[in-house]
Design a protein around this ligand. Structure first.
Ligand code: AMP
Ligand code: ZN
Length: 466
């Protein structure tokens, strides 16, 4: 397995800490609103990564958090707690908001065939773990208290900003307009708030520093180490997490343990809306239920995501989604047709095995999903491979793709217009009368209209040419 590591900016051979095992942590959603399809692109990429490891024979332990406290509207400790803001705007309690959007998130994940992580952990269930980690940092001399809040001092470690390759100038500049005057260095960040700028914070806990709530970054360090240990294989997220969130996670984790925390940092690129990143704050965001209401299947979106490499930006448009929908439907139709002809073979022949090998190689080379899809299509169209062999290999490929190919069913709805079907009937008559010339003419005419005629044991059917 080869993976691009953001830390080294290179594609590296994956070497697990424990042979045959992969420990993987993914930053989960902040549950104050629906996930948009940009967020979901990142979770699809992580799902594909995990499935690729499993397909390659690794045992994967996948952990994902649910941020239900502490994530402010600005990454630099500025703004308001996203959960509190949502509660204020809707008149619901923060707990209700968290529960509602967590459920909505898992509904989306299920529809997208994203396998539920082995451990899903809520920040609010792990406050004590965060307090313990902050205490450890305090004992190590990495924190200071100012204005009631506990801060991490980035000058207490030698290599702050190594993931994002921040320069000395970057470190000196206050990136935000609203600089917190309590901070010794503008890049210092809050570990524990007792002094929220917004009075009446609903979620607060007792701590050695007073009643308050944790900063956002500390939750991922505390929970990942709790479930995966102080040194694990892979940490994932979207690329927007590199300069602040993941940078701060690394700083506090490595300051606490004194050693390397994570071996491989894997980041998914943005889904674009027009020329900008799709985001909740910029308004123009699309959710999965919106796509479903418009008649798309969630798996059309999954297919759309697979058609782009996870490290490339992907521009969303309904035209592009229409193409993905047509391609997926075409694929499902082909698989359904193979199923009506054969059972998957137990030992596919050499040619089919060759496709499988190429597919695995594409996926294991830094998740080359677009290439893997084109190998799949080549197999589908290869007339030298039997239906039984095709099914066996396609089902295997689907363990990574997650498109539900084994569930493909022959559509009961008729393909073609009344006139097309009349021609099909006429062809059957012609064949019965041994008028093969006329039968072939009709076949050609139907081809011109965009259909292949397929003879099955129960009669001829039309298949849309894709
Ligand atoms: P959030 O719920 O805002 O914390 O984001 C959840 C995940 O989605 C994070 O890993 C983000 O990096 C990622 N993300 C946010 N916006 C986009 C986008 N437009 N395209 C892809 N991933 C995104
Ligand atoms: Zn995180």
């Amino acid at each position: 397995m080869k993976l691009y590591n953001t830390m080294s900016r290179r594609i590296e051979d994956f070497i697990p800490i424990v042979p045959g095992h992969v420990s993987m942590y993914c930053c989960g959603p902040t549950v104050y609103n629906y996930a948009h399809i940009g967020n979901l692109r990142t979770y699809i990429f992580e799902d594909i990564l995990k499935r690729t490891f499993e397909n390659a024979g690794y045992k994967v332990k996948h952990v994902m958090n649910i941020t239900d406290v502490g994530h402010l509207t600005g990454d630099g400790d500025d703004g308001e707690d996203k959960m509190e803001k949502s509660a204020r705007e809707t008149g619901k309690s923060v707990w209700d908001i968290a529960e509602f959007y967590t459920k909505a998130f898992f509904r989306d994940e299920e529809a997208l065939h994203i396998i539920r992580p082995d451990i899903v952990c809520k920040a609010t269930d792990h406050i004590q773990d965060m307090i313990n980690l902050i205490k450890r940092l305090e004992e190590g001399g990495h924190t200071y208290t100012a204005g009631g809040n506990v801060y991490f001092s980035i000058d207490s470690i030698p290599d702050y900003g190594k993931l994002a390759r921040l320069s000395i100038d970057d470190l000196k500049s206050g990136a935000r307009i609203e600089i917190d005057s309590n901070k010794k260095n503008p890049k210092d960040f809050v570990l524990w708030f007792t002094n929220s700028k917004f009075a009446g914070q609903a979620m607060t806990w007792d701590s050695p520093w007073g009643r308050g709530y944790p900063g956002w970054h500390i939750e991922c360090s505390a929970m990942s180490m709790k479930y995966l240990g102080e040194h694990f294989d892979i940490h994932c997220g979207g690329i927007d997490a590199i300069p602040v969130h993941h940078t701060n996670e690394i700083a506090q984790s490595e300051a606490a343990t004194g050693k390397t925390w994570v071996n491989y940092w894997c980041h998914g690129e943005f889904l674009l809306m027009g020329n900008a990143k799709m985001s909740k704050s910029s308004g123009g965001f699309v959710t999965l239920p919106v796509l479903e209401e418009k008649g798309y299947n969630a798996l059309d979106y999954r297919y759309f995501c697979l058609s782009g490499h996870y490290r490339s930006q992907l521009r969303f448009s309904y035209e592009a989604l229409d193409s993905a929908k047509a391609a997926r439907q075409g694929l499902m139709d082909r698989v359904a047709a193979f199923k009506s002809e054969a059972e998957p073979s137990e030992n596919p022949g050499a040619v089919a095995e060759g496709y499988m090998k190429d597919f695995n190689e594409a996926m294991e080379n830094d998740l080359g999903a677009p290439q893997a899809l084109s190998i799949l299509w080549k197999l589908v169209k290869d007339s030298s491979v039997s239906e039984a062999d095709k099914l066996a290999v396609l089902y295997h490929m689907d363990r990574i793709l997650g498109l539900g190919l084994p569930e493909a069913e022959k559509k009961t709805e008729t393909v073609g217009t009344e006139e097309d079907l009349k021609l099909l009937k006429e062809r059957a008559e012609a064949k019965k009368n041994k008028d093969y010339k006329r039968a072939d003419e009709i076949r050609d005419e139907l081809k011109k209209r965009g259909f292949n005629v397929k003879d099955t044991p129960s009669g001829a059917i039309l298949e849309r040419i894709v």
